[in-house]
Design a binder for this molecule. Sequence first.
Ligand SMILES: Nc1ncnc2c1ncn2[C@@H]1O[C@H](COP(=O)(O)OP(=O)(O)OP(=O)(O)O)[C@@H](O)[C@H]1O
Length: 225
Amino acid sequence: MTHISDQPAVRLRGLSAGYARHTVLHDVTADFPRAEVTAVVGPNGSGKSTLLGVLAGVISPAAGAVEISTRRPAFVVQHSAVPAGLPITVWETVAMGRWAHRGPWRRLSTKDKELIGAALERMGVSDLAARRLSSLSGGQRQRALLAQAFAQESDLLLLDEPDAGLDAQSRLDIAAAISHARTNGVTVIHVTHDLDEASRADNCLLLQDGRLTAEGDPHAVLQRR
Ligand SMILES: Nc1ncnc2c1ncn2[C@@H]1O[C@H](COP(=O)(O)OP(=O)(O)OP(=O)(O)O)[C@@H](O)[C@H]1O
């Protein structure tokens, strides 16, 4: 008998997708193994963020099939994608991760608040909880966005270059948080230009001009670049 845990968390079959009058992804067929980290690499403009947008449900496929057999994905955008003047605190940012779980009266429960506190702690931003998101450095903001994703308790984490432009310590902390999530059974799809980080993934996909040109063991895939 095949158990769900043996099946890929995400399957793409002949996926084409993009924007009005502009198809970016062409006929992509790939599996994303459950509870493993898949790095998605490729040159600028190859379609990596578009792929994450499809997986997050923000972009509709033009053709093909997307099968996701996990709970609702948590999507972490690049910190630079957050509008500069957004008037919310770090705590409120992380609390947004619990919105979909709120009970009657739409109040946060004690459990919600515990999860928010734990996510802030995990990303080392508890002491910044009362600060405006817009007043933080890029690295601090990225940590807050990751904390929001962890507060969602999703089992599919979509990361769009979470370590871009960050210092060595922040990159290490983010790598540790990804590894912790994986150990806890979360499937991670990690778009990155950091080839050291990609080489540490379990699985790797290479996109070039919107087509999948290699997949599998990261070391073998990265040699095809
Ligand atoms: N909102 C949009 N509307 C129209 N075209 C877009 C939009 N976003 C991206 N594109 C185009 O889609 C193509 C793929 O972009 P995408 O952001 O997916 O690439 P990427 O591999 O993530 O690049 P990078 O490494 O620079 O982040 C590019 O040609 C880009 O110009």
